[in-house]
Design a protein around this ligand. Sequence first.
Ligand code: BGC
Length: 243
Amino acid sequence: MNVLGIDIGGSALKGAPVNIKTGKLLAERHRIATPEALAPKEMAAAIKELAAHFKWKGPIGIGFPGVVQSGVIRTSANLHKDFIDLDAEAFFSKATGMRVSLVNDADAAGAAEARFGQGKGRKGTVLLLTFGTGVGSALFVDGVLYPNSELGHLKFHGKSAEKTVAGSVKDRKKLSYKKWAHEVSDYLNQLETILCPELIIVGGGISADHDKWFKHLKIRTPIVPAAFLNEAGIVGAALSAAK
Ligand code: BGC
């Protein structure tokens, strides 16, 4: 089955049709920049634009950067607050006239890695983290997802960890990889204490630069970039449509 996978992020929507049997993108991904936080209606229009770009008529899977329970968005730390408590699956299905399924964006990236990438066939505790506009997490035990783990909001220096360790913070404060990785290291040490993961997978845009910062981390857990790098979110979002 082919599904249009869409990754809604803090600064853009990215999507592509995906073969969910193989995890392969069927066309080059398309990106729509969202310099301002879009309200639900405007977001629906952007989703329609993305679907129109691919002349898409079929199921759509979306990853959203917030807690998603049974298609209802519960938190929206970095996007429009009108998403909170919106039944977004129903809302976007009605707006597009297509069947839409919705999951947390990091859980989507994790699902892609668990199925086809670095987490494939892995037993034990595997943690995927994304360091983008915010910090996303997907926690797996023996390949089974614990949904909406939200470890980016763990308290760190007295506030949500993502306020210190997100990739967007590194960019905004123009931190070197070494300086930023020092904070990330402390944060990962906390996660090691609480969860004792056996593998950490890093997704999101910054995973492509892993050779510049993994070497500065002082952690015990093996850490690897996502096999899909920044496309894990699109592939995993598409997978959600099979549920
Ligand atoms: C949100 C998470 C999301 C992460 C990455 C956080 O602010 O609370 O749900 O996965 O950002 O986008």
